[in-house]
Design a protein. Sequence first.
Length: 252
Amino acid sequence: MSESKLAGQFFDAAIGLLGRVRDEESLNIAAAGSLIADTVEAGGRLFAFGAGHSSLAAQDVVYRAGGFALMNLLAVPGVVGVDVMPATLGSALERVDGLAGAVLDSSPAKPGDVLVIISLSGRNALPVEMAMNARALGLKVVGVTSLAYAEGTRSRHVSGTFLRDHCDIVLDSKIAVGDAELTHEGIEAPFAPASTVVTSALMQATMAAAVEALVARGIEPPLLRSGNVDGGHEWNGRVMSEYGDRIFFRHG
């Protein structure tokens, strides 16, 4: 069996985007890592939010081996998209005015906490209002988005603004409008999206920068270990106990 040319082209495209993000967003990644470290040191809490497939990158830094125990998912029912029927309901909910405010008002987020908002386009009402409301409540906001959408599309929020306009720090994923890296003769629609790969890398790089900043200050990062290695459960039990008042993805 011969190799797939299109599969190789996708890897090349993803690697190219990762290289751009590494080189062009390095200062912003370091700044976001320092902000997270500041919040951990000050006793604050960390939250991540994403709608649709952007939720995958938010979930990727919550309750996982090698991740921060303090990173909590700010959940909005239905907006993951593929967990509701019809799946299009998730996309529709992203355009509902007022939903973000209701979620934040009922969340444990407080002034001084950090909220990372992930939205590829940054144009829908939900991420824009989430950022606006979070900052009004005194949270620091890190936006992970593609600035190409702010240049090439129109906002769907009544203000005409994008997520990027309401953030303390913006991380640009460099994803082109449409989120599809490949085309092929005889196929009308472009395909092979890379936003999940790149956005998840941005999130993990930011958390790595936060680890580096904490260590430089002599602070042990509140990291979780795999439960599949010896001593992992005991380690995690200690971390969960020590930081229990800042962890919201568990009972008790």
